[in-house]
Design a protein around this ligand. Structure first.
Ligand code: ASP
Ligand code: MG
Length: 418
């Protein structure tokens, strides 16, 4: 029985949490365990800021990187004290990135970004691996970039399946230890450059490994008790879901729920490998199980997307919106990888709700301004309620709703984000 554990950044937030990880592993039953580590809490964001400052030739870049390095060395020293040899080894791991940022940036920002941010997971997983060894928990550290081969669409790379499958087949044979410690989110191009799978991509790595290794389950260790029906910070009625079907998880992530990375379900759905979402703070509590089980009764599930804009495209000559108009507008969205979060069509208008991104919005405008009268409203909030009830509908009456669409299961509405 092979199990996959994924520890996100929050689960690797500090020394105590890494110690807790060790307890969790010791209490678990498995034949083989593959542990996927994210970068330490907030490190991917910090490295992204460093990549930006490197790209903009800022002098402070090296200083910021040194700070981030010493944060890792400190955590490492608390977990595995007085091991200068291991500290030196960690220093060597950072060296390549250090050389990279001492050099001039390449033209492609996303290429630079991936070379820099990948060190976050390399360092965190290395520290966890040495700590477990120090606790006499034998394990092998694996550089997943030797296995996860991608194209070179930096920062949102696509897995090259034939090559990756072939390599992953050998993973468990190459490393015979019971526990493997590796990274999520990162991969390698065929030219041996680091790539990344998109933010929060380590969930996706966990699913790919589960599928290729025919794991019996995947557990996502998080700082929440499981998947919640809505954001507990905004809603006192938020409750933990005991079960979620794959289908519902796909729906929720489509509408923007941050439960798991949207690509995560696809690799494991055929093999029906269950996912467990659990709290590393209360490992004894059952979290949420995501599985093939259908016919689950759900409370209303609410997903909120902030920082939305509405774009309205109106025909110039009072003609009706035609299929030609739809295809023209959606082609521009596709060219810029923009997802419409809400789509409405009227006699003379196509109305879209999308994430605000000023640069992309300008591109849409210049591509379509000759064909349509375009207007834009900002600072909006899109709320999606799956499995809405009559209560949901009643509550809407007291809100200033700008747009609303619904079918039997899903209700979406746009309000001012005050
Ligand atoms: N460390 C990466 C991020 O914060 C990937 C991940 O944690 O899934 O996006
Ligand atoms: Mg994460």
């Amino acid at each position: 029985m092979i199990k996959i554990f994924k520890f996100g950044g929050a689960a690797l937030g500090n020394v105590e949490r890494i110690r807790a990880l060790c307890d969790i592993i010791q209490k678990e039953d498995y034949e083989r365990l593959v542990i996927i580590c994210s970068a330490f809490q907030n490190v991917t964001n910090e490295l992204t800021a460093i990549a930006k400052s490197h790209f903009n030739h800022k002098e402070s870049t090296i200083g910021s990187f040194q700070k981030l390095k010493s944060k890792h060395h400190k955590i490492f020293d608390q977990l595995v004290p007085n091991r200068q040899d291991l500290q030196d080894e960690l220093n060597d791991l950072f060296m390549e990135t250090e050389w990279f940022i001492e050099d001039q940036p390449e033209e492609d920002y996303k290429y630079n970004l991936d070379q820099i941010i990948s060190v976050g997971e390399i360092a965190s997983s290395r520290i966890v691996s040495h700590y477990l060894n120090h606790q006499s928990i034998d394990n092998a550290w694996v550089d997943i970039r030797d296995y996860m081969i991608t194209d070179n669409e930096y920062s949102n790379a696509n897995v090259l399946w034939a090559e990756t499958d072939q390599r992953l087949e050998k993973l468990l044979k190459n490393h015979t230890q019971k526990i493997l410690i590796t990274q999520g989110f990162i991969g390698s191009s065929t030219e041996n450059f680091s790539t990344t799978l998109g933010r929060e991509g380590s969930d996706y790595t966990a699913a790919i490994l589960a599928s290729k290794l025919s794991a019996s389950s995947v557990t996502f260790w998080k700082d929440v008790p499981g998947i919640m029906s809505s954001d507990p910070k905004l809603d006192i009625h938020a409750s933990k879901l005991k079960k979620l079907s794959y289908e519902e998880a796909i729906e929720m992530t489509y509408y923007g729920a941050k439960v798991i990375h949207p690509k995560t379900i696809k690799p494991i759905i055929k093999q029906e490998i269950p996912f467990f979402v659990k709290s590393f703070l209360h490992p004894e509590e059952a979290g949420t199980t995501i599985s093939a089980e259908a016919n689950i009764e759900y409370p209303p599930l609410t997903v909120i997307k902030k920082n939305q804009i509405i774009l309205k495209f109106q025909t110039l000559d009072y003609s009706h919106i035609s299929s030609r108009d739809s295809s023209r507008i959606f082609e521009v969205l596709a060219d810029h990888h923009i997802k419409a979060n809400l789509i409405m069509t009227k006699a003379r208008e196509i109305i879209l709700c999308i994430d605000r991104d000023d640069i992309l919005n300008k591109k849409i405008n210049s591509a379509l301004a000759n064909n349509y009268q375009i207007s834009e409203s900002r600072n909006l909030k899109l709320t999606t309620v799956r499995h809405y009830t009559s209560n949901t509908v009643d509550e809407l009456k007291s809100k200033q709703v700008l747009y609303k669409i619904s079918d039997g299961i899903t209700l979406q509405y746009v309000t001012d984000h005050a």
